[in-house]
Design a protein around this ligand. Structure first.
Ligand code: SAM
Length: 275
C-alpha cells in the first residue's frame, strides 16, 4: 500500500481501516463507496462549477471529497466520526471540516453563507430527515446529488397515484424536482449494505409550490392525512373538524373520495391554503 491508499481499491481500504484500528460503524451507516464510476456519477450530477461552494455530509475516508475538491471553489464537510475526521485532516487539505452530527449543524446558516450545492453519500439512518430539513431551509441549495437507499429514492420520485408516493416526496417536492439518476448495487460499497442504493438529483424549483409562511400548515396537513393513507380525504377532513368539507375540496380541485396518495403536491398546497 502506498502512503495514500486508493479509496477505490477494496484491498487498500481494508488495509487502511485496519491501520486506523477502525471497524465500520453500522449505526453511522459506514458503507464506503469503492466504485470509481459511481463516485464520478455523484460528482457529475452535482454539476459543480469552479466558483461554487459545495457541502458534503459524511465524507468518511474522503472518496467523494477528493472528487469534489478539484471541481469546486470551496468545500465544507460535516463528519460525526472522530476517526474519520482525524484521517481526513491528514489526507486531504484545503477544505473546511466540521466535526459534528449534521443534524446539530445550522445548515441554513451554511447555505446563507454561499453554499449552493450538496453532494453526499448520506448515512441512511438520517437521510430522509436531512433531505426534508434541507428542503425547509430558507436559503436551500440549488442542486443536490445524493446517494440514498433505493427504496427511499423511489419514495422521493414517485408521482401521485403510485404506491410509494407519500410524505417524503411531497415535502421535498414542494421545493425540489427529484429524479433518480442511477441504481447502485451493494457490491459498490465496502462493507456491502443489505439493500440497493441509488443516486438522486434534487433540483430546486424556480418557483416553489408554496412559500415558507404557508409550508408548516401544509406539512402538518400532509403528515396527518398520510398517517391514515387508506381513508378518503373527505372523511379525514371531517374527522379533523373541518366545516364545509365539500366546498373546500371542490375549490381545491380534489374529489371527496380521493385517498391521500392520489392527491398531487399542488392540490395539497391549495387545500392547505383554503383550510
Ligand atoms: N462519503 C463516504 C463514501 O462515500 O465512501 C462515506 C459515506 S458513509 C455512507 C456515511 C458517512 O457519514 C460516514 O463517514 C459516517 O461516519 C458519517 N455520518 C453518519 N452519521 C452522521 C451524522 N449524523 N452527521 C455527520 N456525519 C455522519
Amino acid at each position: 500500500m502506498s502512503d495514500t491508499p486508493r479509496l477505490t481499491s477494496p484491498k487498500e481500504v481494508r488495509a487502511l481501516l485496519e491501520k486506523l484500528g477502525h471497524r465500520p460503524n453500522k449505526g453511522l451507516g459506514q458503507n464506503f463507496l469503492i466504485d470509481a464510476n459511481i463516485l464520478d456519477i455523484i460528482a457529475n450530477t452535482a454539476d459543480i462549477q469552479p466558483n461554487e461552494a459545495v457541502l458534503e455530509i459524511g465524507p468518511g475516508l474522503g472518496a467523494l471529497t477528493e472528487r469534489i475538491l478539484p471541481r469546486a471553489g470551496r468545500v465544507t464537510c460535516i463528519e460525526k466520526d472522530p476517526t474519520m475526521v482525524k484521517y481526513l485532516k491528514v489526507r486531504l487539505p484545503g477544505f473546511t471540516l466540521i466535526e459534528s452530527d449534521a443534524l446539530d449543524v445550522d445548515l441554513d446558516a451554511l447555505f446563507a453563507g454561499g453554499i449552493t450545492k450538496v453532494a453526499a453519500n448520506l448515512p441512511y439512518s438520517v437521510a430522509s430527515r436531512l433531505m426534508v430539513d434541507i428542503s425547509e431551509c430558507e436559503h436551500r441549495p440549488e442542486l443536490m446529488s445524493l446517494t440514498i437507499q433505493k427504496e427511499v429514492a423511489e419514495r422521493l420520485v414517485s408521482p401521485a397515484g403510485s404506491k410509494r408516493y407519500g410524505v417524503l416526496g411531497i415535502l421535498t417536492g414542494a421545493f425540489y424536482k427529484n429524479t433518480l439518476v442511477k441504481k447502485i448495487s451493494p457490491t459498490c460499497f465496502l462493507p456491502p449494505p443489505k439493500v440497493w442504493s441509488a443516486v438522486v438529483r434534487m433540483e430546486r424549483r424556480d418557483v416553489p409550490v408554496l412559500d415558507r409562511a404557508e409550508y408548516f400548515a401544509f406539512k402538518h396537513l400532509v403528515k396527518s392525512c398520510f398517517s391514515q393513507r387508506r381513508k378518503q380525504i373527505g372523511t379525514l377532513l371531517k374527522k379533523q373538524g373541518v366545516s364545509s368539507v365539500d366546498t373546500v375540496l371542490a375549490n381545491a380541485g380534489i374529489e371527496h373520495t380521493d385517498r391521500p396518495e392520489r392527491i398531487e403536491i399542488e392540490r395539497w398546497a391549495e387545500l392547505s391554503r383554503l383550510l
